[in-house]
Write a protein that binds this ligand. Structure first.
Ligand code: NAD
Length: 496
């Protein structure tokens, strides 16, 4: 059985741990490799290496750091197909979708190439007589990232390129379910000229996460994953005095107004609800049909579901792949069961879906519920599968209240041709990332990604200027020179 190890100090390192976790091929259900679950010795070895690397790397000028990033970007582009294959092999998503996610990650590297500009501070001359003041942003030290299974390339790349560009060293603990792509990302960074140890990858589960959270040698933690774990990471990191940004789960609504262009809306919903088998934190899981559009909307989505191509990623026609694991498949099926028991109308049922030759794969068909109500479990909780709930609302106000009252606040969209309604929505909706006639409003690298409410704990979103600010400490200098110093001590605050 293939063993997947850690990447420390610019090379693969063999762990003394006897614990391993299976890495599946979700299309066949077979175990294709085992990833090491690191122990305390691995962590201690890695953290010492990361600390030493930080001391050297933080002295490299931003311009020279940018040059390494620029070479890295070229290497990533040259290897995009291979990286996407690694994602698809272990995650199961379609190859084109995996390529898109790698592209989104490369865009953060591209943004980070501008680090000399991004780190420029503010300067004020004569804040007092002959006194100048300016701000500097300095690196934190060793930063850590803990990432989920659903975007094994993109989510780590929201974090480490910018952190490293800011002069930090970075420790990544990727998901144990699909660790190969993150390791390849680290190898390519070394090839691009990043000094060994500036980017280390340590594999593992809660045990190694807890070493990260309690270590005094780690300055910051960036987390993306489910809400209960995000809360835990936030609380534990804060307890040990770390900077923390911790992104959790989601339940994204898409409001369909009666004047929406129905075909465009259904196109948007299909990709957003069923793309990547619904395993996206920005997936649309609730469509709120306002007024008389509901019947047509439900029947058109159902029509499209019948022709949606659910296939393994190796088939170029695939539009949707399997779920990540057998346990997750069972969990999603249980949610469908609970929707039925709670009285929602099951329009399309994906539970008995099978593909010949892939009977043991973790496939499920696209599922559609109508008449979902606010108090149902399938409405309140994140399912993270290809299950779309349609809720019927009488008015825009009722629809907007649903979104605002939900505990998650990652993304929400509205489909309408009415500018007034759209403006009210973007101004008043209590959500971090908002779309108008755009189903998945994911911000580009030069903006920042982050939700509200139970979808983000901490003060900073990912990448963009939020990322630069998260991965640096602000220092403000106030200075004057000896010839201009007035004599005599001053015991009062200046009044001019
Ligand atoms: P997860 O929370 O199970 O795991 C995320 C990471 O935390 C993994 O590296 C895992 O090893 C680690 N982990 C798991 N349990 C832990 C525990 N008890 N203590 C410490 N560490 C633990 O999430 P997942 O299943 O890998 O990913 C799916 C979730 O991620 C969904 O809820 C999805 O919405 C969320 N997600 C959110 C965003 C966002 O931007 N808000 C983006 C992608 C995914």
């Amino acid at each position: 059985m293939k063993k997947i190890n850690n990447y420390i100090n610019g090379k693969f390192s063999i762990s003394s741990s006897k614990r391993f976790s299976p890495v599946y091929d979700p299309s066949t259900g077979e175990v294709q490799a085992e990833v090491v679950l690191s122990n305390k010795d691995d962590f201690d070895q890695m953290i010492e290496n990361s600390e030493n690397s930080f001391l050297e790397w933080s002295k490299v000028t931003p311009l020279n750091r940018s040059r390494v990033l620029s070479k890295y970007k070229t290497l990533l582009e040259d290897n995009k197909e291979m990286l996407a294959k690694l994602v698809s092999q272990e995650h199961g998503k379609t190859l084109e979708d995996a390529k898109g996610s790698v592209t989104r990650g490369i865009e953060v590297v591209e943004y980070a190439c501008g680090i000399p500009h991004l780190l420029k501070g503010d300067f004020s001359q004569n804040v007092g007589s002959n006194i100048d003041s300016w701000s500097i942003r300095q690196p934190l030290g060793v930063c850590a990232g803990i990432t989920p299974f659903n975007f094994p390339a993109m989510v780590p790349m929201w974090m480490f390129p910018l952190s490293i560009a800011c002069g930090n060293s970075f420790v990544l603990k990727p998901s144990e379910k699909d660790p190969s792509c993150p390791l390849k990302l680290a190898e390519l960074f070394t090839e691009a000229g990043l000094p060994p140890g500036v980017f280390n990858v340590i594999n593992g589960d809660k045990e190694v996460v807890d070493y990260i959270l309690s270590s005094k040698k780690i300055s910051s933690v960036s987390f993306v994953g489910s809400t209960p774990v995000a809360k835990y990471i936030y609380e534990q990191s804060a307890k040990s005095g770390k900077k923390v940004q911790s992104l959790g789960g989601a339940k994204n609504h898409l409001i369909v107004m009666p004047d929406a262009n129905l075909n465009q809306t259904v196109d948007g919903i299909m990709g957003a609800a069923y793309g990547s088998a619904g395993e996206r934190c920005m997936a649309v899981s609730v469509a709120v049909a306002v007024g008389n559009i509901a019947d047509n909307l439900v029947s058109k989505i159902n029509e499209r579901i019948q022709t949606l191509k659910v296939l393994p990623w190796t088939n170029s026609e695939a539009e949707m792949g399997p779920l990540i694991s057998k346990e997750h498949l069972e969990k999603v099926k249980n949610y469908i069961e609970s929707g039925v028991n709670d009285g929602a109308s099951l329009v399309a049922d994906g539970r008995n879906f099978k593909i010949q030759g892939y009977e043991n794969g973790f496939f499920i068909g696209p599922t559609l519920f109508d008449n979902v109500k606010e108090d149902m479990k399938i409405y309140k909780e994140e399912i993270f599968g290809p299950v779309l709930s349609v809720v019927r609302a009488k008015s825009y106000e009722e629809a907007a209240n649903l979104v605002n009252n939900h505990s998650f606040g990652n993304g929400a969209s509205i489909y309408t041709q009415d500018g007034d309604v759209a403006r009210h929505f973007t101004s008043n909706i209590k959500i971090g990332m908002v779309g108008v006639n755009v189903p998945i409003p994911v911000p580009m690298a030069f903006h920042s990604f982050g939700g509200w409410k139970n979808s983000l704990f901490g003060s900073h979103a990912m990448h963009g200027m939020e990322g630069v600010h998260f991965y640096t400490k602000l220092k403000t200098v106030t200075s004057r020179w000896p010839n201009s110093i007035r004599s005599g001590a001053e015991f009062k605050m200046p009044t001019n």
